[in-house]
Ligand binder design. Structure first.
Ligand SMILES: Cc1cc2nc3c(=O)[nH]c(=O)nc-3n(C[C@H](O)[C@H](O)[C@H](O)COP(=O)(O)O)c2cc1C
Length: 190
């Protein structure tokens, strides 16, 4: 089983495909972002990498706030649309029939239809080349009530989240095991 070697490039998959909302409730915008992730647990930190040419870039740079909205099957079409149309030309909340909702900490709006909306405050802007990285503190996490079980735990499997891989959108598919399953002792049958 040989491998063919290519020169270095931005190939990592699957990656998230989130809708980043920014601006204010009155003048809100959404852009789709795949270059995102968690960088630290405590303090809880995330990042988004954004090209300077995006309409959202200056909005986020000036307000130093944004919201990461996780996407599910129902939002797949809107996520794609918000990644191919600019807020310079179209009101993407209106065009996708999405509802801007007040955040609990930041002024940037949440997307009501998203199962999980993560409020972020920019701590550093790192110029990397094609993209600038907005490193941010996660200051609040908003979860749709239907995803929280009676015992207060998050039932994220119910959210039908989607991922992005090499230009295509996917559902997550079958559950294979939980954290640590590879070393877990099997329960003895009685
Ligand atoms: C699946 C997907 C992922 C994307 N990921 C990024 C990203 O990580 N960073 C970025 O700058 N643009 C990304 N884009 C492109 C922007 O979302 C797109 O240029 C969008 O129109 C920008 O909107 P705005 O001009 O309203 O800010 C992505 C587009 C798609 C469809």
């Amino acid at each position: 089983m040989g491998k063919i070697t290519w020169k270095g490039g931005a190939l990592l998959a699957p990656v998230p495909c989130v809708m980043v909302s920014c601006g204010t409730l009155e003048k809100a915008n959404i852009m789709t972002v795949a270059w995102t992730g968690i960088t630290c647990t405590k303090p809880a930190k995330t990042y988004i990498s954004v090209r300077k040419s995006r309409y959202s870039y200056d909005i986020i740079k000036n307000s130093r706030e944004f919201v990461i909205n996780l996407t599910n099957m129902d939002l797949a079409r809107s996520a794609d649309f918000c990644g191919v149309r600019s807020g310079r030309e179209v009101d993407k909340f209106k065009a996708c029939s999405l509802t801007p909702e007040k955040g609990s900490v930041v002024s940037a709006p949440l997307i009501a239809q998203s199962p999980v909306s993560i409020e972020c405050r920019v701590s550093d802007i790192i110029e990397l080349g094609s993209h600038d990285m907005f490193l941010a503190d996660i200051v609040a996490v908003n979860v749709q009530e239907e995803l929280v079980r009676g015992d207060g735990k998050l039932a994220l499997e119910k959210a039908e989240l989607i991922a992005y891989s090499h230009g295509d959108y996917y559902t997550l598919g079958k559950r294979l095991g939980k954290f640590g399953f590879s070393v877990q002792k099997k329960k003895k049958k009685r």
